[in-house]
Design a protein around this ligand. Sequence first.
Ligand code: SF4
Length: 316
Amino acid sequence: MTKPSLTLYLAAPRGFCAGVDRAIKIVEMALEKWGAPVYVRHEIVHNKYVVDGLRAKGAVFVEELEDCPDDRPVIFSAHGVPKSVPAEAGRRNMVYVDATCPLVSKVHIEAQRHAENGLQMIMIGHRGHPETVGTMGQLPEGEVLLVETVEDVARVEVRDPARIAFVTQTTLSVDDTAGIVAALQERFPAIVGPHKEDICYATTNRQAAVKAVAPRADAMLVVGAPNSSNSRRLVEVGANAGCSYAQLVQRATDIDWRALEGIRSIAITAGASAPEELVNEVIDAFRDRYDVTVEKVETAVENVEFKVPRVLRQPA
Ligand code: SF4
C-alpha cells in the first residue's frame, strides 16, 4: 500500500539547551566520581526519559533535602534552589553540587542586587514552579512579590511604587511576558528591570522557530514533558501562531493518530529538556505511516555552551 505523503517541518533550534546539557553532565560526572547512589534534589531537568536514564545509572531523585542521607553527595537541579537549601546542606556537612543553569543564577544575582539597593522585588513567573521558588528564595520569605498575569499587576500591593524592580522566570512566553512588563511599567513608571525580561536565549529561540513553522503546518507536536514550562509555552505559541492542532507528546507512543487523520503537513519541535532521541523516535513513527519529506526550518544558530566544573567537590 502506498503511504500518503507528508511534509514534516522540523523547527530549529529545538531540544536541549546549554543549561540542560550542563546539568545532565554534572550528574554523570558525579556518578563517575563518587559512584552510586548520588542524590538529585528535584528532577535534574523536566524530562522523564532523561531522569529514568540517570536513575538507571544510580541517581536517586528526591524532592527535598531531608530525603537525602548526610553521607551521600546531592546535586541541585538546573532550575535553581532557594538559599535555604545549600545553607541546610552546609549545616549538615553534606557534599553538594549546584547544577543551577548559569542563566538562572544570573537572575538570582539580579534579585539580590536590587534588594541590596533597597528596591522591593516583583517576580513574573509561575507559582510553584521550582525556578520561581528558587529565585524568590534568594531573599527572605515575603520579600519577593509574584505576578503571573496582567490582572495580578493591577492587584499587587507594594511598599513604595518609586522603589521597585522586577525579574522574570527564564522559560516564560515572550509575548505574554511583554504584556505583563508593559502593565508593570504603566502602573509603576519608576520600576527597574532587565532590558526586556530575563527569558533566556533558548526559550526565545525555540519560540521564534515555532512561530515560523506553526502557521505552515496542519498540526504541530512539541516533544516535551507536561511539567516542562518551556515545552508547554511552545504549545501555546504554536496555537497562537495559527496552528489549529498543537499538542505536547512525551514520545511517539503519545501521538494521537486519529486526531491527525487527513493532515498533509506537520511541524515538530522539542522543549529545552527533551533529548533528540525522542524527536527522532517521533519522526520515525511518522515515517512508518507516511511518505515523509523533512524540511528543516532554522531561525537561529545556537553555539552557547556552559562550562562544566572539572572537579566536583564540596564547596568551602
Ligand atoms: S531553558 Fe534557559 S535558563 Fe533554563 S536551563 Fe536552558 S538555558 Fe538555562
